[in-house]
Design a protein. Structure first.
Length: 424
């Protein structure tokens, strides 16, 4: 619970370098502009135009139109990482045997909003009816822009290349995979990737950083049950699709309780059940739909297999038929141990410890950052953004979601220090 953590007012901003603190008003300005003009997945045209305009203004090389609206900015450092050859009279020649390929670190930020009507009464509220930045992606984009600006002004501080990936459609249907397929991790090849999520489940001044699984796999299913309809007073002439569906809903709960190792966390939730139109008619069809979440990748085979077996068995016992549409959406977000430890060490320099770092922070929520983490080693982490004292503690995807914008500068500081640490 939020109340178990330090009060947001106690955050020590002196750990954020002055130049990034001075950037704070611009971060807020960018975030609020993006918040006023939210766009759904693969339709982030205004957002992409704004990002491209800023990158061009700062002289940052970038590519647009990746996976429709995605952008990749490339910032090359100027700091030499090669040992100098001694005794040549100039002190600048390099021994060929010591030359190594410069490392490449990627930073990922998502850009899309949600189909939610905003209920916040703030000057920067959404101007697009039915669309809202209710998950903090406007903040992610502003943080990435701030990081790009700072790094472009301090190229001498790192020797390699930093790629900043502005990704569309995280909320669905998923923009990470098509961006990877378009080659954003190549030319030059990315060695590691990091990303953050503003997190209202943690207060300002805390970080959720852990190795291994951070977020769950996200999968969904829809099952259509075909029975035989009839009069409610003559049930023996029917195959009641509602009774079949009800038994399926109950039986699916045994997957987690009886098939999954208790050490592993998993969820099978039926969130939709539609059938019938009249109180005195037995429905001939029913439809149930739900979501599946898990951390252990091995459950990706077990759970859909058991769902199909359970549905098939119950339908057979009632002489009903069914169609099952099971979709694997996002795999679990699994952090690399070495990169997560690097991020944690950076976090220790920014937030107060030990309460500032929450190592066991996990959620059954899903994220397509997982596809990037499958492709290259990396770390995704949570940046606490709630401030209950200011009324900024509504959960993600809530129509009154908002966050303490002080977190924006903290996010830039985390990314910049991670770049410096990665190349140290």
């Amino acid at each position: 619970m939020i109340s178990t953590f330090p009060n947001a007012a106690a955050v020590d901003l002196s750990r954020i370098r002055l130049e990034i603190r001075s950037l704070q008003p611009r971060l807020v300005e960018w975030r609020r502009k993006l918040h006023q003009h939210p766009e759904l997945g693969f339709k982030e045209n205004l957002t992409a135009e704004f990002i491209s305009q800023k990158l061009s203004e700062w002289g940052i090389t970038h590519q647009t139109g990746i996976a429709k609206t995605g952008i990749v900015a490339t910032i090359e450092g100027k700091k030499s990482s090669f040992p100098l050859q001694k005794g040549d009279g100039r002190g600048i020649a390099l021994e060929q045997s010591h030359i190594q390929k410069p490392k490449v670190l990627a930073i990922r930020a998502d850009m899309d909003a949600l189909p939610i009507q905003e209920e916040n009464d703030v000057p920067y509220r959404s101007q697009h009816d039915g669309i809202m930045h209710a998950c903090g992606h406007d903040g992610h984009t502003a943080i990435a822009l701030g990081t790009a600006y700072y790094l472009s002004q301090h190229r001498e501080a790192f020797p390699g290349t930093v790629k900043i990936i502005f990704q569309p459609a995280e909320e669905g249907p998923g923009g990470a995979k098509p961006m990877i397929e378009a080659g954003v991790l190549n030319n030059p090849d990315v060695d590691a990737i990091i990303g953050l999520h503003l997190w209202n489940n943690l207060p300002l001044g805390t970080l959720g950083i852990r190795t291994g699984a951070l977020m769950a796999a996200t999968e969904s299913f829809i099952c259509k049950i075909y029975g035989k309809g009839g009069h409610g007073a003559i049930p023996h002439q029917t195959v009641d699709s509602i009774v079949v569906g009800a038994q399926i809903v109950n039986a699916l709960q045994t997957i987690v309780s009886r098939n999954v190792n208790p050490i592993d966390s998993a969820v099978v939730t039926v969130g939709r059940f539609h059938a019938g139109k009249a109180v005195n008619v037995i429905a001939d069809t029913a439809e149930i739909g739900g979501t599946v979440r898990y951390f252990n990748p091995e459950l990706g085979k077990l759970i859909p297999q058991r769902i199909d077996q359970i549905i098939a068995g119950i339908c057979a016992s009632h002489a009903a038929k069914y169609e099952l549409d099971y979709k694997g959406l996002y795999p679990p977000v699994i952090n690399n141990t070495d990169i997560a430890e690097m991020v944690r060490s950076v976090g220790l320099d920014i937030v107060e410890t030990p309460l500032g770092i929450v190592p066991e922070c996990q959620t059954m929520g899903g994220e397509d950052m997982s596809f990037f983490l499958q492709a290259v080693p990396g770390c995704y982490f949570f940046l606490g953004s709630a401030n209950p004292d200011l009324g900024l503690a509504y959960p993600h995807h809530h129509p009154r979601f908002d966050f303490d914008e002080t977190a924006l500068g903290m996010g830039v500081e985390m990314f910049v220090r991670c770049v410096e640490k990665f190349y140290a």
